[in-house]
Write a protein that binds this ligand. Structure first.
Ligand code: GAL
Length: 384
């Protein structure tokens, strides 16, 4: 059954929570599926369409089964899954390891195996699994292993997206639970502060992420611009420059890329950010090597450089200005393994300008606007 492509590199898709939360229904899912195809998002790699919390009735049915809310999903979930599949997309759903989901709907605690089979019968390809309302005596490793085992034996390939918000030192045990991705932080909000705090909090966790088990820094806020039905998330929004930096960080830090805005009304700028193939290629690099902080003249939380080795020998380099003033960032090539004595330099390709900047030796310095960044793909070349 197992398809080795599933979960190998960071999953990409769309999730309903950031913008719609409880306001979900079949029409939203169908029109979003249409847009994922028509806008080129599917072609750019976004293949999973995921319905988050609030899709079921408040109580299980008489045989203990989960029941889709007939007002939101009048044709049931199989019909939704069939439609999503007919567009060439994959279909994701949501449950929780406790007795209830975070919004108070039935969770899968002690229903793991039957729920996994029910999801499989609907044609589900992805399950996000939350962390609310757990019985106090059971730890997360036990609960996530259970659902993982249920999914691995339900008769269908279902990607397991664990969401315990980084608690119980999740990075230490999640890979061996069988999950393909794991949320590592609390919920993101649509603000620069929330986004940048999450990124900084995960800098030292990068080595725990890799092929088949990716550090999920939460759904993207790119393009939300303060629009959400959920007041916790709608806290003002960001500028397009900040969304570009957010996307760059998630890509370089190997997070799954799950879109959270209403793509049916996204602006051209949002689309340009989300479909930047050069940046996506860095995220989807087959080796999934973690980036490291380049120790260039100190590393500060305001101005920093990340480097990620890519499978073909190139480097992905990100230079970030989290400060409030335009500032110069620089790094020496010796700090990423290229001493001047090697006779090698770097040929820079700017992944946001989509142009080559030529070859440089020894060091690269550039001025960066506040909250902006540079993302380069660099080729190691002989200079003498
Ligand atoms: C949170 C989770 C969010 C969303 C929400 C649904 O725990 O982190 O991403 O799924 O629950 O209630």
């Amino acid at each position: 059954m197992f398809d080795p492509k599933i979960g190998m590199v960071p999953p990409m898709g769309w999730n309903s929570w950031n913008t719609f939360s409880w306001n979900i229904n079949e029409e939203l899912i169908r029109t979003t599926a249409d847009t994922m195809v028509e806008s080129g998002l599917l072609e750019a790699g976004y293949e999973y369409l995921v319905i988050d919390d609030c899709w079921s009735l408040r109580k299980r049915g008489e045989h203990g089964e989960l029941v889709p809310d007939p007002e939101k999903f009048p044709n049931g979930m199989k019909a939704v899954a069939d439609y999503v599949h007919s567009k060439g997309l994959k279909f994701g759903m949501y449950s929780c390891c406790g007795t209830h989901t975070c919004a108070g709907y039935p969770g899968s605690f002690e229903h793991e195996f039957e729920d996994a089979e029910q999801f499989a019968s609907w044609g589900v390809d992805f399950l996000k699994y939350d962390n609310c309302f757990k019985p106090g005596h059971i730890d997360d490793p036990t609960l996530y292993r259970r659902m993982s085992t249920a999914l691995r034996n339900c008769g269908r390939d279902i990607l397991f997206s664990a969401c315990n918000w980084g608690t119980e030192d999740v990075w230490n045990w999640i890979r061996s639970s069988g999950a393909q991705m794991f949320r590592s932080t609390g919920d993101i909000q649509d603000s620069w502060k929330s986004m940048s705090d999450i990124a900084l909090s995960q800098m030292d966790k990068q080595p725990f992420s890799g092929t088949y088990c990716h550090n999920d820094m939460d759904m993207l806020i790119v393009g939300m611009h303060g629009k959400s039905d959920n007041d916790f998330i709608a806290v003002g929004g960001c500028t397009d420059v900040e969304y570009k930096t957010h996307f760059s960080l998630w890509a370089l830090m190997n997070s799954p890329l799950m879109i959270g805005c209403d793509i049916r009304s996204m602006t051209e700028e949002t689309k340009q950010i989300l479909t930047n193939r050069d940046v996506i290629a860095i995220n989807q690099d087959v080796e999934c090597r973690s980036p490291y902080k380049v120790q260039c003249f100190g590393w500060s939380e305001k101005l920093f450089v990340l480097a990620k080795p890519l499978a073909n020998g190139d480097y992905a380099i990100g230079m970030f200005n989290f400060g409030d003033k335009r500032a110069e960032a620089a790094f020496g090539f010796w700090d990423i393994g290229i001493p001047a004595a090697s006779g090698r330099g770097l040929e820079f390709y700017d992944c946001w300008e989509h142009q080559s900047l030529g070859v440089e030796t020894e060091r690269h310095a550039v001025e960066i606007d506040p909250h902006d960044c540079k993302i380069y793909r660099c080729k190691v070349v002989k200079v003498r």
